[in-house]
Write a protein that binds this ligand. Sequence first.
Ligand code: SD4
Length: 335
Amino acid sequence: MKRRHFIKNASLTGVGLAVGKSLVSCTETNEKSPFKKTSDVLEKGSLPMVIATWHVIDATAKAMQVLQAGGNVLDAVEQGCRVEEANEKGQSVGKGGLPDRDGNVTLDACIMDKHGNCGAVVYLKDITHAVSVARKVMEDTPHVMLAGEGAKQFAISNGFVPEDLLTEASKEAWEKWKVEAKYKPIINIENHDTIGMLAIDENGDISGACTTSGLAYKMGGRVGDSPIIGSGLFVDNEIGACVATGLGEEVVKTVGSFLVVELMRQGKSPQEACEEAITRIVNKPKSDYKNFQVGYIAVNKQGETGSYAIHQWFSMTKFQNGVNEQIQSDYFNKV
Ligand code: SD4
């Protein structure tokens, strides 16, 4: 089949993929948010602290529990992400994630420590805890990234037990999708998605992790930003860290998380850095930003945080000073 014909059939443009499971129109609402705004909570905070994309208070609670029990900050982000990977109700992470267009659930994940070490897995099938496999890649191999069957075999040889990740609910959703098999521009406003987590321990040391089943009904073989160091996640222990969610193709094109950290290095606050990284995306000539979502969360060495998205309803969960809460993110598209 000619490429042009294939693309027409698939309606697969760069922006035409489902990000998460909720379908909403592109019109922003002026509804009052029940949550605090990022700008209300930009004070310097005490350590340790944990932030994560979306509404994942069980995950941030787990990470904080690890830190408070004296665990290291890498354990904290790994354990926190595992909570959502095991949660079958979350249809964009780990077990229960929505499949690609062929019905295969494929996971992407990465992790990065305070020394700048990192590990990642892409297109991983049948293993729930992709973030832990990513950590094994980082710690036990000379490589940064393993893909597909190689990643799966590596996981199995390290004691991970293969299982079917396609739950009944996700299978049903996929079967419904198959009736029309259409990709439409969709903005994700739901309160749970790809989980990206950043944590700082009492000493000010930072680690981060990111795990996802990627875009629902993506092409077989598609890999997003989440396992790409510098795009989905970046940690520089001297400066801070950032993690992304949303349409991965747009994050990769701007190397989003690395950009945010570099902007903080130049003196911007985490909030200012997230805003500039989003602005880079929306200000591109011919940017179709009205039809996709991207959100960043970031933290600097002082424990200040920021978050910003293209559209309304992106949020982060923050656990600091004994408070574990969802914070509504500010956003670009206010018209
Ligand atoms: C991806 N960034 O695979 C992920 C998906 C995501 O909210 O974050 N959805 O492109």
